[in-house]
Ligand binder design. Structure first.
Ligand code: FE
Length: 335
């Protein structure tokens, strides 16, 4: 799992970090799938001449590594999926605050840490997907409604071990309180057509294959499958669009400066560059995610799915309530 990928010409090694000149190489710790991130880093190196070393691992491992390495550490930037992971990194003290008028102007308030320790670079929506053969959009409404017994034996969900579902349930707790959130999750479990899957692709494929009728996934998984296979008998439904229903659950990939970076100006420049219009377009086209920069339109394939009202609360609540969400899903028998 742990890989150290040296991009561009191999520069200094970890062992002789003292010989690394500032502005020579930017060291990035990342939990983001490498095939989706490397083209972005290649563009950065091409445009700026600054090389990149990329260490990919799970966010919590990277957070602890930044702390354990302390002043000896070489990490400049941390990039990770999920607001809960970003919240955890700030709680542990792994990220340094950034004062950037550029970032403050581009990144909406809901998509950054109130103290400037991380900024979203892409946003992703976690939505309902349904069979176009067996479910009419008019039968669907909210995440909460998937607990209704009309969906008995018809629901597919990814495992509760995935942080995406932990964040979604954290939002349900924030919105409804623990008791009601637990009732909803118990309803989901009662409605499962099959044991929870290991990833979002399996949920979409199971619906296409007729094993279940509805599920919850991040939109870009759907975008990838359609891009690869062409049309499938599965469609996206944007839930919770009615008054008082809260909106679609949106999560992010975000970036911050590692607490002990020796070149925070360069790290900040990199994060600002990721939010610039050309780079945001690159992100949008590589993986069917939604740009964070409001001046950049989504990829046409994504725009074709229509528009939606996102959840109105700051996504940091996902982090704050994630531990409670994990306990709740365990009690409810969601594996
Ligand atoms: Fe993902």
């Amino acid at each position: 799992m742990r890989r150290f990928l040296v991009l561009a010409a191999a520069a200094a090694t970890l062992a002789c970090s003292l010989t690394v000149r500032a502005d020579d190489t930017l060291v990035i710790y990342s939990e983001r799938r490498e095939p989706l991130f490397v083209p972005i880093l290649d563009a950065w190196t091409e445009q700026t001449g600054v090389k990149v070393q990329l260490l990919t691992d799970q966010a919590q491992v990277l957070t602890e590594r930044i702390l354990a390495e302390g002043e000896r550490g070489r990490a400049d930037v941390m990039v990770t999926v999920d607001a809960g992971n970003l919240w955890h990194a700030t709680e542990r003290g792994a990220l340094a605050p950034i004062q950037s008028p550029t970032l403050a102007a581009i990144v909406p308030e809901d998509f950054r840490d109130p103290d400037g320790r991380w900024y979203a670079v892409t946003q992703r929506a976690r939505v309902i997907v349904h069979s176009t053969d067996r479910v009419q959009p008019g039968e669907l409404s909210t995440y909460e409604d998937l607990a209704d017994e009309k969906w008995r034996g018809r629901l597919c969900l990814r495992t509760s071990k995935k942080v995406y579902n932990q964040s979604l349930v954290a939002v349900l707790i924030d919105r409804h309180g623990e008791q009601e959130a637990e009732r909803i999750v118990r309803g989901w479990v009662a409605n499962l057509a099959a044991p929870p899957t290991t990833d979002d692709n399996a949920v979409i494929n199971a619906i296409a294959a007729g094993q279940c009728d509805v599920g919850i996934v991040n939109t870009y998984y759907y975008g990838r499958i359609v891009n690869r296979q062409g049309e499938i008998p599965v469609a996206i439904f944007y839930p919770n669009q009615g008054d008082g229903e809260g909106g679609v659950h949106v999560n992010v990939t975000g970036a911050g400066i590692a607490a002990h970076s020796k070149q925070p100006e360069l790290a900040q420049r990199f994060i600002e560059w990721m939010l610039s219009e050309p780079t945001q377009r690159l992100f949008a086209d590589i993986d069917f995610e939604f740009p964070v920069n409001p001046d950049v339109a989504p990829n046409p394939a994504v725009a074709a799915w229509g528009t939606f009202r996102p959840d109105d609360r700051n996504i940091s609540s996902a982090g704050r309530l994630q531990a409670a969400a994990v306990r709740l899903m365990d009690r409810a028998g969601y594996r």
